[in-house]
Every structure is written in C-alpha cells, then in structure tokens.
Design a protein around this ligand. Structure first.
Ligand SMILES: Cc1cc2nc3c(=O)[nH]c(=O)nc-3n(C[C@H](O)[C@H](O)[C@H](O)COP(=O)(O)OP(=O)(O)OC[C@H]3O[C@@H](n4cnc5c(N)ncnc54)[C@H](O)[C@@H]3O)c2cc1C
Length: 324
C-alpha cells in the first residue's frame, strides 16, 4: 500500500482550516501549525466579563462555501454548523438625523432607500442589477482562480468579460460611477462604503468594486447561531474528526526546500523540523517570502504595493434590557 502524501499548513485562520479539509479530502495526511494558542486567526471570539465579542468579521455572506467543506465528506451541516439569515443587514444614521436600513429582501431595500433618501427606485434597481451583472461576468474568475497564473487569463469567461468591458466600470472609480447614478450624496456614501470591505478607497478603487453589494443582496447576510467564531470552531472540530493534526503554539520560522524540488521542510521556532510533499502558507504573503522563504526580492516587490486602509474598531457591550 502506498504511503499517504503529507501536507503541512502554516496557520489556522479560516483559509488554513478550509485548505486542511480540502487536502484531507484529496487523501493527504494534514498537519496544521499555528503560532498562537488557539485556532481561527482573525475569526475568533473573546470575552470581557459577561460580554462575548466576535474579534474580527461580523458579516457572513457566502455560507455555501462552508457547506461545501462539509459536503466533501458527506457530513451533514447541521447540527455541526447552524446559521440563519439576517432580515436587516445594516442600519445607517447621519448626523442630520436621516436614518435608513438595508434588508436581505432586495425589493424592501429598494423601497426603503427610495423612501428615506428620495432616491429613484429605477436607479437603485439598476445599481443592484449591474452589481449582479459584474459578478456574473468576473466573479468566478476573481474568486475561484489564481490571477497570478497566465492560464486564468486565457479562458472564455475572461474573453466574455472583455467583450463587456464597458459594463465593468473599470475606467472610472467607484465614487464616479455612484455619483453618476444617484441623486442623493447620502446614497452615494452608502454605496461607496462597500469599498471598505476589502480595505479600498472608493475615490481610487475601480467602479468594478461595485460588484461587492451583490455578495450581500445576492447571497444574503447571515449569522451563525453561536456567533461568527462558530465558522472556524465548527470547521476545526470537523477537521479534528477527520484526523487532521493541529500543533498550537508552533510558530513556523522557515520553509526549506529539501531533498528534491518536491519535498519541502518546515522548521519551527522550537527547532523541530518536518518534511512534507506539500506546504501551504496561510500567513501574510509578505512575511512568508521575507521570513520563511528568505526571498527578499519577492518580499520587497510585495512591500511596494499600496497598503489598504486600516480601521478603528469599537467593541461595545450593551446591556440588552436597558437597550430595549
Ligand atoms: C476587524 C475586522 C473585521 C472584518 N470583518 C469582516 C466581515 O465582516 N466579513 C468578512 O468576510 N471578512 C471580514 N474581515 C476579514 C476576515 O477576517 C479575514 O479576511 C479572514 O479572517 C482572514 O483569514 P485568513 O485565514 O486568510 O488569515 P488569518 O485569520 O490572519 O490567519 C492566519 C493565521 O496564521 C497564523 N500564523 C501567522 N504566522 C504564523 C507562523 N509563522 N507560524 C504559524 N502560524 C502563523 C496566525 O496566528 C493566524 O492564526 C474582517 C477583518 C477584521 C480584522
């Protein structure tokens, strides 16, 4: 019987966990090395007294990607992972007293924004349908293929996207596209906000990023029953049940090409080292090149890229009784 191929994953964020499950489904014996004392990366929870906080993400938009991981092994999603759709996605407040809200029900969103912001329902409908159109044209290429591989650029879907270039708004910024469509600056502000979902600036990012609302209104906004951290915790539990090994407090300090170009080694801070057929890094790409591969040239290239904006996060513990 041939021995199982081995995969080593650096980091147990949502991407590392998903990769671990996918490689296990392909028959690999998988070990995940995590520098901290818990799994989940940015997607974890913390407590302050009686208050529980989701550390990072609060908006869960593509649940089918979690479902897909469980389907790989024909494991039922529930009760392993439970979530529900949020009827209200977001509430908006302006300092002049204007308020509005958006909903999973697209028509309700259109009616509400039209009523509260005096916006044309036709323009709103056009905006959402253009967002979907952009997603249909380039969404899968962006999300499911590596943009660093030339093969990605030679597919029929890219050719089709190029034929519809004018609908992708790549030659104007998000803000310019939104100003052109909407009459009320507050509506422009509301839709410009989506740029921040990937740390972009709406005054600089291409209008193509008006694709983002489609994730909320096409796939809906959801919340796991036990909070966002249930996403990583349930995948972690599932991974453990599959026999995937997790080494916590195990900071990787080097990826070493070993005996052949195919066999890689991982060295930990403790000095321990392991051999793998496949190594996947879930840590920041810059540090992977700079620290683990010692590829200063590639690291310097990455460093030259423009930074995304940072954010200031407030964690508020609200007494539910007094809030009602
Ligand atoms: C405040 C905030 C709000 C957000 N809101 C949303 C939202 O609402 N919706 C949404 O979809 N996304 C949101 N995001 C983005 C989302 O959190 C991230 O895209 C996602 O969690 C990143 O996962 P990851 O697996 O790529 O990386 P990470 O979660 O960063 O995981 C990397 C892991 O690698 C480990 N690691 C690093 N170096 C080493 C090493 N040398 N050896 C071993 N392990 C190592 C780290 O400890 C970490 O566990 C938000 C992010 C933040 C910070």
């Amino acid at each position: 019987m041939s021995e199982k191929k081995k995969a080593g994953i650096i980091g147990s964020g949502i991407a590392g966990l998903a990769m671990a499950v996918r490689l296990a489904a392909k028959g690999y014996e998988v070990t995940v090395f995590e520098a901290s004392d818990r799994v989940g990366g940015k997607l974890h929870e913390f407590w302050d007294g009686p208050y529980r906080f989701d550390f990072g993400p609060s908006l869960f938009t593509m649940p089918h990607l979690v479902e897909e991981l469980f389907e790989l092994q024909k494991v039922p999603l529930e009760p392993n992972f439970e979530y529900h759709s949020l009827p209200i996605i977001c509430k908006y407040f302006w300092d002049d007293g204007t308020q509005t809200a958006t909903f999973s029900d697209l028509q309700k969103t259109i009616n509400t924004l039209a009523k509260d912001l005096g916006e044309s329902p036709d323009k709103l409908e056009e905006h959402f349908s253009q967002s979907k159109k952009k997603y249909d044209l380039v969404g899968k290429t962006f999300l499911e293929h590596s943009l660093h591989r030339w093969k990605t650029w030679l597919t029929g879907s890219v050719a089709n996207a190029l034929l519809h270039l004018s609908q992708l708004d790549v030659f104007k910024t998000m803000h310019q596209a939104n100003v052109k469509r909407f009459a009320n600056p507050k509506t422009v502000q509301l839709f410009d906000r989506y740029a921040t979902y990937n740390g972009s600036n709406p005054y600089k990012a291409p209008g193509l990023l008006n694709i983002i609302p489609h994730f909320e209104y096409g796939y809906g906004a959801h919340l796991p029953k036990k909070g966002m951290s249930q996403i990583t915790q349930s995948i972690y539990q599932y991974a453990v049940n599959l026999g995937i090994k997790f080494e916590l407090n195990s900071k990787v300090t080097a990826i070493d090409p070993l005996h052949s170009s195919k066999i890689k080694g991982l060295t930990l801070e403790s000095g321990a080292s392991y051999d793998f057929d496949v190594v996947v890094s879930n840590m920041d790409a810059y540090y992977t090149y700079q620290e683990l591969l010692k590829d200063r040239e590639k690291a310097a290239k990455l460093l030259k890229q423009e930074r995304s904006s940072s954010a200031l996060i407030f964690y508020w513990g609200i007494n539910q009784l007094s809030a009602i």
